[in-house]
Design a protein. Sequence first.
Lengths: 153, 456
Amino acid sequence: MTKRTYLFCLYAILIGFVLTVVTMNLTYAKPSANNNNDVQLLARCVNGEARGEPYIGQVAVAAVILNRTKHPSFPNTIAGVIYQPGAFTAVSDGQINVPIDPNSQVFKACQDAMNGYDPTDGCIYYYNPEKTTNKWIYSRQVVKTIGKHKFAK
Amino acid sequence: MSIRGKLLDFKQRLSDRHMYSVTLVVIALIASFGIYQYKKGLDYRNAVENTYRRSFTELVNYVEELEVTLAKGILVRDPKQLVHLSSEIFRQAEGAKTNLAQLPISTVELDNTSKFLSQVGDYSYNLSLKYLQDKSISDEEIKQLRELTNYAATLSDSLVKMQDQLYQGTMRFGEIKGLGKVFAKNEVSFAQNISEVEKQFQNYPSLIYDGPFSEHINQMQPKFLEGKNEISQEEALNKAKEFLGDAGANLQFQGEGNGTIQTYHFASSSDNGDINIDITKKGGYVLWMLNSRSVAESKLSIEDAKAKAVEFLNNQGFPNMKESYYEIKSNTALINFAYVQDGVVMYPDLIKVKIALDNGDVIGFESKGYLMSHHERKLQEIKISKEQALKSINNILTVENISLAYIPLESKREVMCYEIKAKMDDKTYLVYVNVTTGNEEDILLLLESPDGVLTI
């Protein structure tokens, strides 16, 4: 190889390396102090899953998580449902570790869900038809559409 | 100078200053960084694989134990022994279910298996209670228990086979994200194995019994709405506007809800927040309403808020509601109301009202409990007198009050009880004694604080 090609390879590797380090740090939020409060955990998950959704959409996502705890096919605790491997993308990619301010909208939405508000009337699944790649979910009966999400039983 | 010229010049200067060794060192650094990252990745993957293996091994152990305990349970007739065995079944099924949920499989493949584990503990506990109360168990129930035992045996066999594959190295759990690459041709993924197990559960029976995970809970219909007429979308919109008053001016139709209770969903947005409201198709009742505006300060007391809520309920056609528990958070008061019939409080007929403490507006409303359960009840026969009920509770408690109430059990079945409010040390308890059988149906702890009165 000529000297020119050597240099070219070297610069390519350096740029690639820098880009990798930068993107790695952006994708994974560093875990911070964990709050044992159930609402905080719920809010972190809902924030990761339904950040841009209207208020009622966030209440609905929180309600789905709570409905799962009462359903025989899912774990009986909020932590069990949230941390079930593969259940929520916000958990798989670490977005759940962003702390939520108790004065924020998503926190209030979770409190309302824990107080029994269920806009979905008992749903245990939801999906974004524009983003989901899971074909099985389309076989579930859709109860309602709120924002970008369809809620199903 | 052109780019090419500049590069050539740089290259010339590099070789003049013997920079080859420097570039080689840099490449070596990058390569060692890469190797380090790869090794760390391997370590992480091992750690994850180990936690999966631990959960899987615990699952296999619990299911094997469950199979044995169930097999014993079919034969036992002594109620005390059955109660002991059923609490073992409960524990083992719970352990199996928790560990199953920690494995990397999607919920599709887990559905019936998980349901089986939830119901088996529940169901056998239920049967043991029947034995304790000297009620007979039907042949049908024995048959179902036998079937459950067979399922446990099938599950146990399949899991043991999978465990063998794991130890021989022909099965892997897959990568951390998503189900992973198969490293050798004869390797089978864990997900495939579990879906084979799930297939054996396809004819899993619908279990209906007196417990929280019974099938009948998902199939319950709203009692209050039976026989009411269906209304159109326009009529529903009018009902919504009537309910909200001025706040309901800009409501738009959002869609229909096809759950247990069919509804029309309306919403409006403003700078202050969104308002969402669901009106039932049958009868045009408000299932729930939520106004997300923030409340900046508290000007009203909780007594004022309660009065406002009662007034509101009376105006909306919900008379005879008595307040039970409340909670104050962020300048709003969430108050629970229960229907009262002939002096008996009907806790299943629940309506929750949220009052903003700045101006007394109703900013939240939830009536699913009421719509599902409310009906004129023929009161249960009272066979136990008040004195007998008081005698049956633990006499280290100081009784403050005794009244009558209907309470829902975990299986949603209702029973009429004496509600005995009593204190011990500084804790307040609510003990519920069945008016017909004298059994203690439930005990709740009453928590009173400036922020509310709650029960747990």
